[in-house]
Structure formats: C-alpha cells, structure tokens
Design a protein around this ligand. Structure first.
Ligand code: PLP
Length: 370
C-alpha cells in the first residue's frame, strides 16, 4: 500500500479486472429484435412465480427474511436436501464471488478453465488472489490441465458444467476424478447454471458430491430455465462449514422479498420447467444441424445455446456475421472476451426467433460465399 498516494487506491487486483460486458440487447436505430445473446429462456417465468412476485410487492417497506427460509425450504423440498446446507444469493454471481472472498485472497490462487465463465476471474482478482487459467481440450474442460496447475497456493477451483460459452460438459466420472485428485483444502465449485437443460445420461450437476464431500460446492441459478434473471436469485449446496463461512460474509438481506417469493413458487412449478427443457431439447439439435448444414463448424452443446465458428476470411468472419445479424435484429453474443474471437454464441429462443436466425445465417453464408 502506497501511503503517499493522493487519493484512495483500490487494493491490488481490483484494477486488473476487465468490467464484465453483458450481451447486447438492442440494435442501433431500434426496431424489432430477437435477443439471442444472454441464454435467457424463451418461455419466460412460471405464472405462479409472477403471481408470487406481484403479491410480494404489497410488502415493500419491510425487510425480507435474511435467511430466505421460504426459498431454501422450497429448494430443499424439491431436491430432498437439508435447508441448512443451502445458501441463496442475488444471482449465483454473488455466491461465486463470496466463495472467492471467503476462500481465495492475497497470496492464494484460483483456477478456472480457458473458456470458462468470466465471473470467476473477476471474483478471484477482487478477492486479491491470483487467477490461474487451465487450457481446455476440444473446447471442453480438461481435468488433467486443471490438476497440473494445482500448487500449494491453490484454494479454489471453478468448473462450469456444462460450460458457458462452449456448451460442452464433463461426464460426472470426470468431475469425480478431478475431486479425488484435489488436495482436501482446495474448494471445488461446480457451477451448474445450465444443469436443467442437460439430457446426457452420464451427467449430473454435482449434488451428490456436494452432499458427501467437505470441499465441494454446487451453485445453481434461477436466471436461466426458471426465467427469473431480472429478479436475481441463485443458490448453492455446500458442506455445513462452507455455508457457515459464506453466511458470515454475505449481506444480511442479500435476497429481496419478491425474489424469495418468486423463487419459491418457480421451483415448485415443475411442469413449467419441464416444458422449457422440452422446448430446448427440440430446438437445440435444429440449431446445431441448421448451422452445420450451412457449412459452419458448431461445437456440440448440451445447454440452451450453441457456439458457431466462422472462418477468418474477410467478409465471412464472426464479426461480419454479427454485424449482418444485428442489422436484421438478431442479437447474438460475441465471445472474444472468452478467447473465442471467431465464434458467436447463440441462445435457443422461441420458434419464430430460431427460424429467423437460421434464415438470416443462411443469407449471410450464401452472400459471403457469392
Ligand atoms: C456459467 C454461469 N454461471 C453463473 C451465471 C450467473 O447467473 P446468475 O444470473 O445466477 O448470477 C451465468 C450467467 O450467465 C453463467 O453463464
């Protein structure tokens, strides 16, 4: 710390953070847009969640229950868990950060994979710790690459499963292999933001491991399949001692009253979630096959988005495609900040938007070729 500084200076690491840039939501000049940039559900939230949210707005002058008991109980009931092992947050982002603040910090290292979610890096740096990046193999988390980077300073490892923005996943055997080889003092955070979409038989979100191990946390979100991104709700299942640590440092009322009410209603509406998962299962292969039929390389995805790769040839690049699509109101996500400058990430949307996207992508590819 420089005591001669003429103004307050953030502590080391803070200014190394590149501000998170969310997906675009509009196009210059306005007009109809299809937002395919933030992996939101086209089905919206459960009507029961919306009703609960409206009802909760009648009590805005009172503080919420700081322990979010109704929400934790509803989650615990849905998954057969002990509510004491659940901590809720203002989005899973908050929990991912709190875990770094509690377990990383100056002198410590946090590992995440090459194309992993950017919030991990921000959280590790904000804690004062050092981010360590493990390369991926075939755009998939590589357990051996992570293990090769574990040192005596490693305190936290983040794995997104399935990964964003690639859409690839690790079979649960691989997660178990990673856990078995990690020293017991390293916290393994399994981020299952897209877990509900996965239909692979060898996948699980990590619940079993978080229940049985002393150093595993599973995080989940209400922002994706539950359609409550604006309300900001996430939760984690953690060993009791980790839940205790995070409860000590979180804001005392970090989840709002309307969020508690909406989340509890959303998780009980299993039919709505199943409908969203079924819609995705129908359209995900159509988007993958449709883009491949145009000669584009598409990373196999098990989530609610696809990563489409473009050539580097001028006029045919991801940047050119982005401009072309944006002009037509189709807003996709550039993923340069994730180390993927030649790809676009596209969210599975409703039938109209998916169809419009594939038609415009075809126009772009044919125009670029011609
Ligand atoms: C992998 C991953 N984890 C966590 C989140 C954060 O979700 P939340 O809205 O719960 O903060 C996202 C959102 O994009 C995500 O992609």
């Amino acid at each position: 710390m420089n005591s001669a500084a003429l103004r307050p200076e953030p502590r080391p690491g803070v200014l190394a953070v590149d501000t998170y840039v969310p997906g675009k939501s509009g196009k210059p000049g306005g007009g109809k847009v299809y937002k395919l940039s933030s992996n939101e559900t086209p089905l919206g939230p459960s009507p029961a969640a919306v009703a609960a949210l409206h009802e909760a707005t009648g009590k805005l002058e009172t503080y919420p229950d700081g322990r979010a008991t109704a929400l934790r109980t509803a989650i615990a009931k849905r998954f057969g868990l002990d509510p004491e092992r659940i901590v809720c947050g203002a989005g899973s982002d908050e929990l991912l950060s709190l875990l770094a603040y509690a377990y990383c910090g100056p002198g410590a290292e946090g590992i995440y994979s090459e194309h992993g979610f950017l919030v991990y890096r921000i959280a590790i740096l904000a804690s004062g710790g050092t981010p360590v990046v493990a390369p991926e193999r075939d755009l998939t988390t590589d357990v051996d690459a992570i293990l090769a980077r574990v040192t005596e300073r490693t305190r936290i490892v983040y794995v997104t499963n399935p990964n964003n923005p690639t859409g690839t996943y690790l079979p649960f055997d691989e997660i178990r292999r990673l856990h078995a080889a990690l020293p017991p003092h390293v916290l393994l955070v399994i981020d299952g933001a897209y877990a509900e979409y996965v239909r692979a038989n060898d996948y699980t979100a990590g619940l079993e491991l978080a229940l049985e191990a002393e150093n595993v946390v599973m995080t989940r979100t209400f922002s994706k399949i539950y359609g409550l991104a604006a309300v900001r709700i996430g939760w984690m299942l953690a060993p009791a001692h980790v839940a205790d640590a995070v409860n000590r440092i979180r804001g005392p009322f970090n989840v709002s009253g309307p969020a508690i009410a909406a989340g509890a209603a959303a998780i009980a509406d299993e039919a709505h979630m199943a409908a969203a998962a079924a819609h995705n299962a129908e359209w995900l292969p159509k988007l993958i096959d449709g883009a491949r039929a145009l000669g584009l390389d598409v990373t196999p995805s098990v989530a609610n988005f696809v990563l489409i790769h473009f050539p580097e040839t001028p006029g045919r690049t991801a940047g050119d495609a982005d401009t072309f699509l944006t002009e037509r109101g189709l807003i996709t996500r550039r993923v340069t900040a994730y180390g993927l400058p030649n790809a676009l990430r596209v969210t599975v949307a409703d039938a109209e938007a998916n169809t419009a996207f594939l038609a415009a992508l075809g126009e772009f590819v044919r125009g670029a070729r011609g």
